[in-house]
Design a binder for this molecule. Structure first.
Ligand SMILES: *Cc1c(COP(=O)(O)O)cnc(C)c1O
Length: 396
């Protein structure tokens, strides 16, 4: 198992702590809600604008972020090993920002086929209209040599991927891209920075839906784009600025608050999910396959052990002898698991993987319905009992 760098947790907890003023400081950064910033003099205004343009984290206008945002950016920077972090109003806007910032008409982007669904459904049509072409590769093929074109500018990976947790050999993909002068971006929502560090493994850009584990309480929408490459940072910043992307100070505060307890929450999600996944493997009459990279027989297990520091609360499984109606009856019979999309909060959720999305994943070509669980922080024995009673009522 890849080890979490010992000092990472300490750095993440200290990042963005407010400095002493008059000999004292609050533990947490204040929520600075403002549009306008007042300056003591015009000279101060000009100086602060210059400092901001030179890359310093100073507040000059609400849209560009204030102290609360800067503290959050510093903490995400530690999680992602990044020198530049841009906040966005959702995970999807963070992903689309990467495409718009780095791709121009005539460019081609190669996207992993098991990517988060709205990338195909929403971002691809927008970028196609702007003259960018998309194609998809399967991470199980290894490096996507057959799909690269002379105009391929970006490879976009998501590891482990949505619904099935297909693990990509990111260092191999990074070496492949670098040799060809292609940029590599990775969606790091699953790993949240503590479990997976795409920039350290060679990616140029890491994107997260901070909506999920960083927020951790299902009470905010937010995304972040991180990089350690100054030239890319400038491109991303320019586009971020042109789109006027900004995040409310309250949401920035909530995300930072979530980050302070990320390590303990993730560890518990991972333990609970592993128990649930092992239990699901015993339900042989009802379940054909369980997807979770910490299971030793998962196809991504070896790469996961090499590159990840742990697993999160996501577990999916395919139902045996069931159609969509039966799958629906099964999740309706659950009492503790809520029915809902999204994940990363403290609570357990269940969702039938949309069949149209499942079909796009070359990783799994079976027609059996797939249920995705987000295993929360409840007592895992209660969650397993809940699943057992639903199987008894519906599937047998
Ligand atoms: C949820 C999710 C997103 C999108 O995040 P939103 O904040 O809901 O827009 C992106 N990538 C992955 C892997 C996700 O699970």
């Amino acid at each position: 198992m890849a080890a979490t760098d010992d000092h990472l947790l300490t750095r993440v907890l200290r990042a963005g702590a407010p400095p002493f003023e008059d000999g004292a400081a609050p533990v947490n950064v204040p929520v600075v809600r403002t549009s306008t910033v007042r300056f003591e003099s015009d000279a101060a205004r000009v100086e602060l604008h210059h400092r901001r343009e030179a890359g310093e984290s100073v507040g000059t206008y609400g849209r560009h972020g204030m102290a609360t945002h800067h503290a959050l950016e510093a903490a995400i920077g530690e999680l992602e090993d990044a020198s530049e972090v841009l906040l966005a109003p959702s995970g999807l806007s963070a992903i689309t920002l990467v495409f718009i910032a780095l791709l121009s008409p005539g460019d081609h982007v190669l996207v992993q086929d098991s990517v988060y669904g709205p990338v195909r459904e929403r971002a691809e049509p927008l970028l196609t209209r702007l003259g960018v072409s998309f194609s998809y590769f399967s991470a199980s093929e290894g490096v996507p040599a057959a799909h690269v074109r002379p105009n391929t500018r970006l490879i976009y990976a998501e590891s482990p991927s949505s619904f099935f947790y297909e693990v990509v050999d990111l260092p191999a993909l990074a070496a492949f891209a670098r040799e060809r002068g292609i940029l590599l971006a990775a969606d790091n929502t699953w790993g949240a920075g503590l479990l997976y560090r795409p920039l350290a493994l060679g990616a140029d850009i890491s994107v997260q839906a901070t909506t999920k584990y960083l927020g951790g309480h299902s009470d905010l929408m937010q995304g972040a784009v991180s990089t350690a490459n100054a030239a890319l940072a400038q491109k991303l910043r320019d586009t971020h600025d042109a789109l006027g992307l900004s995040v409310g100070a309250d949401d920035a505060y909530l995300a930072l608050r979530g980050i302070r307890t990320l390590a303990v929450r993730l560890a518990q999600h991972g333990r609970n999910a592993f128990e649930v996944a092992q239990y699901l493997q015993t339900e042989r009459h009802a379940v054909t396959r369980v997807f979770h990279p910490a299971l030793p027989d998962d196809p991504g297990h070896a790469l996961w052990r090499r590159d990840f520091a742990g697993a999160n609360g996501l577990v999916s499984f395919a139902l045996r002898h069931a159609d969509h109606d039966k799958a629906r009856a099964f999740i309706d019979a659950l009492r503790l698991f809520g029915i809902g999309a999204s994940w990363g909060g403290y609570e357990s959720l269940a969702l039938i993987a949309p069949p149209s999305r499942v079909r796009e994943h070359s990783y799994w070509q079976d027609s059996a319905p797939v249920v995705r669980l987000h295993v929360g922080l409840e007592d895992p024995a209660d969650l397993i009992d809940d699943l057992k009673q639903a199987f008894r009522r519906v599937v047998q």
